[in-house]
Design a protein around this ligand. Sequence first.
Ligand code: BGC
Ligand code: NOJ
Length: 818
Amino acid sequence: MRYGYFDDEHREYVVTRPDTPLPWINFLGCEDYFGIISNTAGGYSFFKDARLRRLTRYRYNNAPLDVGGRYIYLRDDDAPSPSYWSPTWQPTRTPLDEYECRHGMGYTTIQSVVRGIKAHIRYFIPLGESLEIWELTLTNQRPQETNLSIFASVEFCLWDAMDDATNFQRNYSVGEVEVQEGVIYHKTEYRERRNHFAYFTCSEQLIGFDTDREAFLGAYHGFDAPVAVERGTLSNSIAHGWQPVGAQHIRTHLQAGEVKSIIFLLGYHENPVGHKFDPSGTQTIDKRTLLPLIRRYRQLVEVQAAFEKHQVYWSGLLDKLQVHTPDVHTNRMVNIWNVCQLMATFNFSRSASYFESGIGRGMGFRDSNQDLLGFVHLLPEQARSRILDLAATQLPTGGAYHQYQPLTKRGNNEIGSGFNDDPLWLVFAVAAYIKETGDWDILDELVPYDNAPGSEESLYGHLQRSLRYTLERLGPHNLPLIGRADWNDCLNLNCFSDTPGQSFQTTTIKDGKVAESVFIAALFILVARDMVQIALKREGDRAAQNYLHAIEQMENAIWQAGWDGAWFRRAYDDLGQPVGSQECREGQIYIEPQGMCVMAGLGLADGNARRALDAVAERLATPHGILLHQPGYTHYYLNLGEISSYPPGYKENGSVFCHTNPWIMIAEAMLGNGSAAYDYYLRINPSKREEISEVHRCEPYVYAQMIAGREASTFGEAKNSWLTGTAAWNYLAITQWILGVRPEFAGLNLDPCIPQDWDGYSMQRTYRGNRLNITVHNPHHVSRGVAKVEVDGRQIEGNMLVLERSGGTYSVDVWLGR
Ligand code: BGC
Ligand code: NOJ
């Protein structure tokens, strides 16, 4: 069952009924000001940091779902008794005669018709601005003239969303607003410490306003039935403490057939310290630098021009890489939605994390580094500065803060460090960046440790420390010590928590000198292979040899202690027992080491890689994707931690944790098995799963963190969409390994591994300043193996495309087969 359809031409998903199983979300913004918006206008806005600088409140998991948002109410002023509705369905949930929501690239439109009044609202954030626009267009389709009241409302958040939701002894007394010339200013704590405020206004003359929530809603009314809207007038209330809101009232008279546009603006503004108040000495906000901006965006022509610019920006992004394959789901995800999700993960990491609350976590070190893998070709300059920000949160030990807050860019002390895989992902991201851009100079950038002035070292030095961090922390089997956890946050082998409420991520009872991770061993090899090439270029042969030697030793350790006979083991616990082994009662095989070890090149020559992947196919693969491990844990194991605290089939305890699936796709592609790789790709492809939306339940246009596994009672149900490393890894798996156009240090490796029944495909891609039109021909219907490559009709040697940064356009033909 579907709740809408893809409109690929307009790069939109069209939701055709408002009552989707969960709020179906879109992200707005791509610079400093952001918002999330559901298909019924729910969601929140923030400046840079979803937790620390939140503009509006949102209650994702409310009953009913999805409460708080960018709400407009229309009221029939001619009706004999109060008659009002929400053109976005929520919050009043009045039945609509027509409804359609279009989620596009960075914008959302919601359109509806009720008794002949058509309303169309376009929500977007103009490039370069810290404000959002709600452009409302009303059409009177009635045969007669109509008097309408229009109300628009937001509920302000008192900046720190965590504090806002918890610290009521403070919150109830601090809220402050100003209203002047039709603009509502939310200025809580705009005193010595804060220089920022929010504002809410529109293009029309206001009939009235409210800023006190109780005055607007009534103490025991919700947003579904505000007393002021029912009554038809606002009371010009000024909030003092309690819950400040912004509510505006406009009246309009529409002739039959008349169309009218109204623009609402919600924004964020900062004043320089010396210009906070006007007149100075008062507590009145200085509005002088803001008013010209408001005046500008109250004009429809300006709004439309800003939207055009916004469209051009997104087209430019998507044009960086476009494919035409025989499969619509692949085309749609690669060309449109996967990129949209990559932008969101780049911008928010997990900081709007998960978007449902926005207060959970900051920018994850491991997360953001992986998010970059799919992002480096889109906006290389931004990728570069993100890499430097991340490296600056690395610690002198080579370890790293697990998270940092985007607003401050400082490591998050609550969580700290000690996730022993973290530093290796930095090498991965830097390598991906250089492979894409050829910008070796980034390695010379001086970057501090823990943001401490005076501690600067070259980025190359940071990478060296990352690898050393692993080598200095080996356990009894010469495998890397796991620390608090590795990629799998819930495999907490040093935690031994037996106290309810203790955080699995930060509680470490054991000294950490025994529990080891095969996953980190493989990740080490994978990134050390890149480091060999980086060191060769930077320092020459000797440095490279050192890394080769370390790789060899790590490989030995894996073969000695990490191979279980038919697949790779996952880890060793603090008691020295294997995890992910046939010896185990539950959790006998895990997906992560099968993917990582094969990607690191283990077992390619001797058949063990094939054995491991066969075991995955046999024991872990399901129609809804590949499970994290099997059997799921039915008991809580003190020595394993959080993983065994989840019911079997959910989250890290044996769900389809989507992030890991592309590792198996890549591994299958490395073994030349294009059909298997592609089959796995389609199993979790959201567009492919659209037809079972009633089972999948999350948005059909973006990946979710997990799909409930076989042992769950809701097998196939997705949760926690959008902010997941799945986006970057799937993009990599499909574009670089299955379609096989893969940036390497030397150039672009053309090595497709596609389903045999494909006749070929084409890709348009920008690479190091050049434009490539690549056509892959598959006349003999093979999966893999390049017979010849021609560039502009001339055959090149091998299948590595080495190009100068010339700004040229090249036509590249790749023939698969013999
Ligand atoms: C979740 C993980 C998450 C971790 C850190 C756990 O409860 O299951 O997926 O990464 O918390 O927030
Ligand atoms: C979500 C976290 O953001 C990510 O860092 C982690 O790898 C996965 N959970 C698996 O635990």
